[in-house]
Design a protein around this ligand. Structure first.
Ligand SMILES: [Zn+2]
Length: 172
């Protein structure tokens, strides 16, 4: 995607309010302020997700909001500024499912796209329930444990579908 078509490029410098230009840096064109020198680095947004199992079943949440409202994902969300990935995964699990989860191991790392146009990097973990009570919260419309061959609905993101498939059963 060219900078011209990228809706995430600042039209004006957030520091000095001059109109943003373009600077060539290491062979890559980047939005840059001609007045104060601010450079806007555009990077994928990091997120974390967690695989929680009850026997062969896996915990999925239904999205309450767009994008992909009504579709299903593993508990997931963006990392906050001061979090590492396991902390973000456990926090999102608690917020969306009501379950207290201990992150046990790294499962996989996938690139993806949050519609319409945000590239993301999602760190998938495995986790174990240690407490809490299952209730759909935050941006989840519903939560439950489901067999991999009897999912409640379509999976919202390709990275999540790939991860579910990696659990041993091909879906879709
Ligand atoms: Zn500036």
């Amino acid at each position: 995607m060219s900078l011209k078509d990228n809706a995430h490029v600042f039209p004006y410098c957030p520091f000095c309010r001059a109109g943003m230009g373009v600077r060539l840096e290491g062979g890559t064109e980047r939005p840059a302020c001609p007045e104060c020198g601010f450079v806007q680095y555009l990077n994928p947004a990091p997120g974390a997700a967690v695989i929680i199992r009850r026997g062969k079943k896996v915990c999925l949440v239904q999205r309450k909001f767009e994008p992909k409202k009504g579709m299903w994902t593993l508990p997931t969300g963006f990392m906050e500024w001061n979090e590492d990935a396991p902390l973000a995964a456990a926090r999102e699990a608690l917020e969306e499912t009501g379950l207290v989860v201990k992150i046990t191991r790294l499962h996989s790392v996938e690139s993806g796209l949050l519609p319409p146009d945000i590239p993301v990097l999602v760190v998938f973990f495995q986790g174990k329930e240690t407490g809490g009570q299952m209730v759909a919260g935050d941006d989840a419309a519903a939560v439950g444990f489901f067999d991999l061959d009897d999912l409640p609905g379509p999976i919202a993101f390709a990275s999540h579908l790939k991860t579910l498939n990696s659990l041993g059963k091909e879906i879709l």
